[in-house]
Design a protein around this ligand. Structure first.
Ligand SMILES: *[C@@H]1O[C@H](CO)[C@@H](O)[C@H](O)[C@H]1NC(C)=O
Ligand SMILES: *[C@@H]1O[C@H](CO)[C@@H](O)[C@H](O)[C@H]1NC(C)=O
Length: 184
């Protein structure tokens, strides 16, 4: 038995109104633990729009006295808590191919990547191995270039070994990151 457990989540990082969320596999969502860790301002932004860009969360963190940097790490799953999302933990095995679908409503020119991250290397999550995929997004109507997956439906393949990491739920996440700017 050598199963690895990840919690997959989405993080969108854009300099403007960036919007996107992974729809397959399931991602972290705000729950009861969120306001206690991140404050109600960030929680409410994510509840109102699950595609919210991380820059709006940073903005809210500065003015909410209930934001706790030690328990709400915005670069990791937008601060969303494992305890609110235990049902979303995915069991994967080494070398497994994973189908990923991203829903976005506003095209962005930029770069997207998916990587396995160790959540215990706070405050900066450690990327394990290389990113599993990285590609350019560039189109006013979709997200494809000659080298980029169309509509951000793509597969990634886990490494054959993660060096003994990722054996317990929440130790690791599969994180999607998207830097970009709106395509006009
Ligand atoms: C995100 O929010 C929309 C409503 O705006 C909802 O339809 C959708 O299911 C949510 N997606 C996820 C992955 O939670
Ligand atoms: C993507 O991975 C899924 C398993 O999650 C598999 O069923 C499908 O055939 C793969 N698609 C491609 C294009 O390799």
């Amino acid at each position: 038995m050598n199963f690895k457990l990840f919690l997959l989540t989405a993080a969108v990082v854009v300099p403007s109104l960036g919007h996107g969320i992974i729809t397959t596999p399931p991602v972290r969502a705000p729950g009861p633990a969120s306001p206690a860790a991140c404050g109600s301002a960030i929680t409410n932004i994510l509840k109102a729009d699950n595609q919210s860009g991380i820059e709006s969360l940073y903005g809210a963190s500065g003015s909410d006295p209930d934001f706790k940097a030690a328990s709400c790490n915005l670069v990791l799953c937008k601060g969303l808590k494992l305890e609110d999302n235990l049902a979303n933990v995915q069991p994967y095995h080494p070398g497994q191919e994973i189908n990923i679908k991203v829903w976005t409503r506003i095209p962005h020119k930029g770069w997207a990547s998916v990587a396995v991250m160790d959540t215990r290397t706070s405050p900066v999550p450690l990327i394990i191995c290389e990113p599993l995929i990285s590609f350019e997004t560039d189109s006013a109507t979709g997200f494809s270039t000659a080298s980029a997956p169309v509509d951000m439906h793509f597969n990634v393949t886990l490494p054959g070994s993660l060096g003994g990491r990722c054996t317990e739920p929440g130790n690791c996440v599969l994180q999607w990151t998207w830097f970009g700017r709106v395509v006009h």
